[in-house]
Design a protein around this ligand. Structure first.
Ligand SMILES: Nc1ncnc2c1ncn2[C@@H]1O[C@H](COP(=O)(O)OP(=O)(O)OP(=O)(O)O)[C@@H](O)[C@H]1O
Length: 246
């Protein structure tokens, strides 16, 4: 696993010329644990997608010396098709493609690691179940097991605890804490302020542009949260293209 700093330099991401992320700059230090907060439509998912290279910046740069395989990415649940007929074990094994290559054979060591990862997330015995038969919380545990197997240095989680019960959330937060202790960089899009304050030392509060980025206690102030809300109320989805920064 390797990790490194990621620098966002005046980053703008737009869809059909409408900016979703607007002139965001800052450094994600290697090994940091950062919550990304903000109202619906604030550009949080778009920012993650730009960081992993799934979306091209309209302007600005995402600068780092990492390979695509150094990133582990958990999309929002709504973006994942669970009707695909694949077993829990095979889903977890998809996390081992770094070792096997996209069309390589699964080595027994990877299979062992997949069983172990399922043990860590509390799903021993679920190996042969199809993913479509799992509850939302069980499926999220499977996706965390896949991330464990992938062993990436930078892990991006998009609303990992939405519609997940308290017990499962607690277990998965323990894994996040473990990743942090191992020196991995973890970014998580979250809506639960209490959870952010309790578990995430740093926060980026986004409302398309940066409202605050730094220590969670400073960033999640009533003033900043009010600002983010007020900006969201003013968003005009039909607004034109932003002008390049002066
Ligand atoms: N594929 C797309 N095509 C056009 N517009 C998009 C697309 N994806 C996102 N957007 C728009 O970009 C803006 C930011 O969306 P994004 O999903 O990044 O926000 P978010 O902060 O993750 O929101 P949420 O909290 O609701 O998940 C929104 O106005 C959204 O409608």
């Amino acid at each position: 696993m390797s990790t490194a700093a990621i620098e966002l330099v005046d980053l703008t991401v737009a869809y059909e010329r409408h900016p979703a992320v607007h002139h965001v700059s800052g450094t994600i230090a290697a090994g940091s644990l950062i919550a990304i907060a903000g109202p619906n439509g604030a550009g949080k998912s778009s920012l993650l997608k730009a960081i992993i290279g799934e979306l091209r910046p309209t302007s600005g740069i995402v600068r780092h010396e990492l390979k695509r395989t150094d990133f582990g990415y958990l999309p929002q649940a709504a973006d994942i098709n669970r009707r695909f007929p694949i077993s829990v074990l095979d889903t977890v094994l998809l996390g081992s493609w770094r070792q096997t290559g996209a069309f390589g054979c699964v080595v027994p060591a990877a299979r062992n690691r997949a069983h172990k990862a399922l043990g860590v997330v509390g799903l021993e015995g679920f190996e042969g179940r199809s993913i479509g038969s799992l509850s939302a919380g069980q499926f999220q545990r499977v996706l965390f097991a896949r991330l464990l197997l992938q062993d990436a240095g930078v892990i991006l989680l998009d609303e990992p605890f939405t519609a997940i019960d308290a017990r499962t959330t607690r277990d998965l937060l323990d894994i996040v804490a473990r990743w942090h202790a191992e020196g991995r960089t973890v970014l998580a899009v979250l809506h639960d302020f209490e959870q952010i304050r309790a578990h995430f030392p740093q926060t980026l509060l986004l409302a398309r542009e940066t409202i605050g980025w730094g220590a969670t206690a400073d960033v999640m102030s009533p003033l900043n949260l009010g600002k983010a809300r007020a900006m969201a109320e003013r968003w005009d989805e039909s607004a034109g293209m932003c002008e390049p920064a002066a």
